[in-house]
Write a protein that binds this ligand. Structure first.
Ligand code: C5P
Length: 240
């Protein structure tokens, strides 16, 4: 359906630029090499630095995943997706709990983008929710059932893929086929600090479970030698 974009292309590691300011983010980005990784701009950095951070990263040669998890009425999300596409991002995401009409509107909005359209992915159930909390917010089934249902709605409405934990990747890869993009955070090198993540996996295990792209933050951003940490992760997934 979207044969204008390859579902997976190297580099498959996306470095999460979770920094409080443009200066901090660009100082760090200047220690990375854009042929070896992509970068992710999330809520913290985007709120502090604004859209020009995307332009500054693109000028340095980076492909940018804009991780703002849009969730609003269909028309508003569609306009936000169009604005993100106009920024020239490589990937953007929406929250699948916005429902099928919102997902379709997002997909239609980026189809109108000039040039190569961005990849559109969906967040299903945030990994910070446990099953008890899902019940509290009115989602009766456990996380796995909710993730499966929402990911197949994302696929049915034309999204390219979803963000999911490596634990969910194998199940989604089986049910949604080889082309559906799976983007997996919560990656830690063997023996590394887990931080606030609860369920972590190694880069090799995530790819073996079917992940196309790996979002890696602190194991690279807090490393003394970020490019050395990145190189080790790339070697683990067979990228030279
Ligand atoms: O530092 P760390 O590798 O834990 O960073 C992971 C990145 O992935 C952060 O930017 C975080 O917001 C993001 N993320 C996540 N879990 C999700 C979705 C996104 O950790 N389910």
């Amino acid at each position: 359906m979207h044969n204008e974009i390859a579902p997976v292309s190297a580099p498959r590691i996306i470095v999460a630029l979770d920094f409080p300011s443009q200066v901090d983010a660009l100082d760090f980005a200047d220690r990375l090499v854009p042929t070896q990784c992509r970068v992710k701009v999330g809520l913290e950095l985007f709120t502090a630095a604004g859209p020009q951070i995307v332009e500054a990263l693109r000028q340095r040669g980076f492909e940018v995943f804009l991780d703002l998890k849009f969730h609003d009425i269909p028309n508003t999300v569609a306009q936000a997706c169009r604005s993100a596409a106009d920024l020239g991002v490589w990937m953007l995401n929406v929250h699948t709990l916005g429902g099928p009409r919102m997902l379709s509107a997002a997909r239609e909005a980026i189809a109108a983008a000039h040039g190569t359209r961005p990849l559109l992915t969906g967040v299903t159930i945030l990994t910070s929710h446990d099953d008890a909390e899902l019940v509290d917010i009115g989602l009766a089934e456990d996380a796995a059932h909710n993730v499966t249902r929402l990911a197949s709605q994302a696929q049915a409405t034309g999204l390219d893929g979803v963000v999911c934990s490596a634990n969910e990747a194998a199940m989604l890869r089986d049910s949604l086929g080889p082309e559906f993009v799976l983007v997996t955070p919560g990656i830690r090198p063997q023996g590394a600090a887990v931080g606030d993540q609860r369920r972590v996996t190694t880069a090799g295990a995530a790819v073996a479970a079917g992940a196309h792209y790996l979002v890696v933050g602190r194991p690279i951003t807090q490393a003394d030698e970020p490019m050395t940490a990145l190189a080790a992760l790339r070697a683990e997934i067979g990228e030279d």
